[in-house]
Design a protein around this ligand. Structure first.
Ligand code: T3D
Length: 257
């Protein structure tokens, strides 16, 4: 499958999706959004068991391409047509989504990164809620993810100032999973993705559903959802294999079912 603004490689059950407009710091265009939709459909069709998202060159993504911004027809429409479905798709993919933030992640670029499940960043990477600098508000799920992960004060601070947050601080605040040295970022993320692709994928998809729902549920509703997800997980082949392997004192072989 060949694309103009992204690259997609699928091997060993791991899909590697690279935003590929390095001259424009991989900023999003309408064409890139269309290609991302097609690529994510292909990832599902191929039954990949882990997805890695990264950027080509020195940046992860500088958000919306400001030369391709939809000033005339209304930015809200662009969000509803392009960004919001992308956030939903990444959050709902029934496989772990790992993000390798290889450089600056600004505006919607930062917030699409935060839509991943395990966000890794190279030590020189940074996160910028750049919206306010052009008179906009955080979008692409940023106002939700930031408040949930780092609390209102830090989230507001980043959104109102548009200040750069370095990767080490992002890790220490709990905004991302891990900050690692730049030169081992891709190998670390790919190793983890290949490992996760051998794990109980169906259960991981259910874990995502459970944890994505948790912030909006009270305890009663969440207990009910846990029972529902556990029923589904417990009806899977991987549960039977996990139990059998434990009893046999051997390593489980999970099929992802
Ligand atoms: O439709 C809608 O508009 C709604 C959606 C909105 C969502 C959003 O994401 S709004 C926020 C958009 N993003 C930004 O405001 C960030 C703009 N970029 C920057 O602030 C800086 O580029 C960075 C802090 C990200 C990186 O700075 P630096 O000094 O490392 O790089 P640079 O020199 O600024 O950029 C390098 C090139 O990339 C440069 O092109 P050139 O001069 O070499 O031809 C620059 O113009 C280009 N570039 C960077 N960001 C964008 C971009 N081109 C188009 N759009 C960009 N967002």
């Amino acid at each position: 499958m060949s694309f103009k603004t992204i690259q997609l490689d699928i091997a060993d059950d791991v899909a590697l999706l690279t935003l590929d407009r390095p001259d424009k710091l991989n900023s999003f265009t309408t064409a890139m959004h269309a290609e991302l939709r097609e690529a994510l459909r292909a990832v599902r069709k191929a039954k990949a068991r882990a997805l890695v998202l990264t950027g080509a060159g020195r940046a992860f993504c500088a958000g919306q391409d400001l030369g391709d911004a939809n000033i005339e027809d209304g930015i809200g429409d662009t969000l509803e047509k392009n960004y919001n479905p992308l956030v939903h798709t990444l959050r709902r993919l029934p496989m772990p989504v790992l993000v390798a933030v290889n450089g600056v992640a600004a505006g919607a670029g930062a917030n699409i990164a935060l839509a991943g499940d395990l966000v890794y960043a190279g030590r020189s990477a940074s996160f910028i809620q750049a919206f306010v600098k052009i008179g906009l508000v955080p979008d692409a799920g940023g106002s939700h993810a930031l408040v949930q992960r780092i609390g209102v004060q830090r989230a507001l601070g980043l959104a109102i100032t548009g200040d750069k947050l370095d990767a080490e601080t992002a890790e220490s605040w709990g905004l991302i999973w891990k900050c690692v040295d730049d030169d081992v970022l891709m190998s670390t993320v790919m190793d983890q993705a290949r490992h996760l692709a051998t794990q109980p994928t169906r259960a991981i998809g259910l874990i995502k559903r459970l944890f994505n729902a948790a912030p909006d549920n009270d305890l009663e509703a969440q207990l009910g959802l846990e029972a529902q997800m556990q029923r589904l997980a417990g009806s899977g082949e991987d549960y039977r294999e996990g139990i059998q392997a434990f009893l046999d004192k051997r390593k489980p072989i999970f099929t992802g079912q």
